[in-house]
Design a protein around this ligand. Structure first.
Ligand SMILES: Cc1cc2nc3c(=O)[nH]c(=O)nc-3n(C[C@H](O)[C@H](O)[C@H](O)COP(=O)(O)OP(=O)(O)OC[C@H]3O[C@@H](n4cnc5c(N)ncnc54)[C@H](O)[C@@H]3O)c2cc1C
Length: 287
């Protein structure tokens, strides 16, 4: 299938892009990697009159460490750059490990972190990673810049806090504590397919093996990733035992109200949440 006719622009600066978006209003859409937008246009689910291509905005590309140990990534950085980043292998190994589960290599070469977050597919790994790592999404618009907690950025299926004319320009991941361990698992029909359900956890343990911090996130089961609110209460302040892990997995299953669709029923997803949460916590402990 081919998309409807559209005009094409490729501004060379962020200011120019923001100005054009303000002028064009609803008639325009930005395109980054095109890995979600072009299929939507080909299927006539989106029909923008003007495509504003961000690819010339070099300032929105790249992964760098900030003086405080945080990692900042430009919105146009493709998934593959995170997968291959030596800096991230050393500093935030969860990110390259998870990227291998995003689609296929060709899609990872073009698809971007900013596009994935703006698109807000419930099964997208980026949303879950950003929420698990308490990232900040930096957006820019004609009115200036805003910094939004990842947890507040995605609001519903394909719906974010982005206002008309605003762009995601960067994502900032707070410094990774040396005592942090992590686990990630997802279930999909084939490698590279969108996940039916996935889970991520980060645990911080003190020298005596006591948990000092825990964050558990479930994704692809609900409209937006779900933080397992009960997890810190069940884990922090104690040595993490099998019983505590089972309690968190049960709490996650009880809290989640999953979607049913042609990939999986709500009942099946609930069981996946229980199984995957247990597995990622055990992974984190044994890492
Ligand atoms: C076969 C296939 C399998 C896939 N499997 C997975 C998967 O397993 N996991 C996964 O997470 N993703 C998957 N994807 C999606 C892929 O990761 C896309 O790269 C991603 O969703 C969108 O990124 P993009 O840069 O291509 O955005 P685009 O397609 O260019 O844009 C997507 C949307 O975001 C908007 N947008 C883009 N950039 C910005 C920005 N900086 N600021 C504001 N709005 C912006 C666009 O206007 C558009 O509405 C798959 C895609 C395909 C085709």
């Amino acid at each position: 299938m081919k998309p409807p006719r559209f005009q094409y622009e490729a501004p060379s600066t962020l200011d120019e892009a923001l100005r054009r978006l303000a002028e064009l209003g609803d008639s325009a859409k930005v395109i980054a990697g095109g890995q979600s937008l072009m299929p939507a246009m080909n299927m006539r689910l989106a029909a923008p009159e003007v495509l504003v291509d961000l690819r010339r905005l070099e300032s929105l590309r790249g992964i760098r460490e900030l003086p405080n140990g945080a990692i900042q990534a430009g919105a146009l950085t493709p998934h593959a750059a995170f997968e291959r980043s030596e800096l991230l292998q050393r500093r935030m190994p969860l990110i390259p490990a998870v990227m291998r589960f995003v689609a296929h290599p060709q899609i990872r070469n073009r698809g971007t972190i900013g596009g994935s977050l703006a698109h807000a597919d419930p099964a997208a790994e980026w949303q879950a990673v950003c929420i698990a790592l308490e990232a900040i999404i930096v957006v820019a618009g004609a009115q200036g810049e805003r910094r939004i907690k990842a947890e507040d950025f995605t609001q519903d299926v394909y719906t974010t806090d982005l206002q008309p004319g605003e762009l995601v320009v960067a994502v900032e991941f707070p410094a990774w504590p040396s005592e942090r361990r992590w686990g990630f698992e997802e279930v999909s029909r084939r490698m590279g397919d969108f996940a039916m359900t996935g889970a991520i956890c980060t645990l911080e343990l003190d020298a005596g093996g006591r948990c000092t911090r825990a964050r558990c996130v479930v994704f692809a089961a609900t409209a937006r990733p779900m933080v397992v609110e009960a997890a810190p209460g069940l884990l922090v302040g104690r040595v993490v035992t099998d019983n505590a892990i089972d309690a968190v997995a049960e709490a996650a299953r009880d809290a989640v109200d999953p979607m049913s669709d042609h990939h999986a029923s709500a009942e099946y997803r609930k069981e996946l949440v229980h199984t995957l949460m247990g597995r990622v916590l055990r992974q984190a402990l044994s890492s």
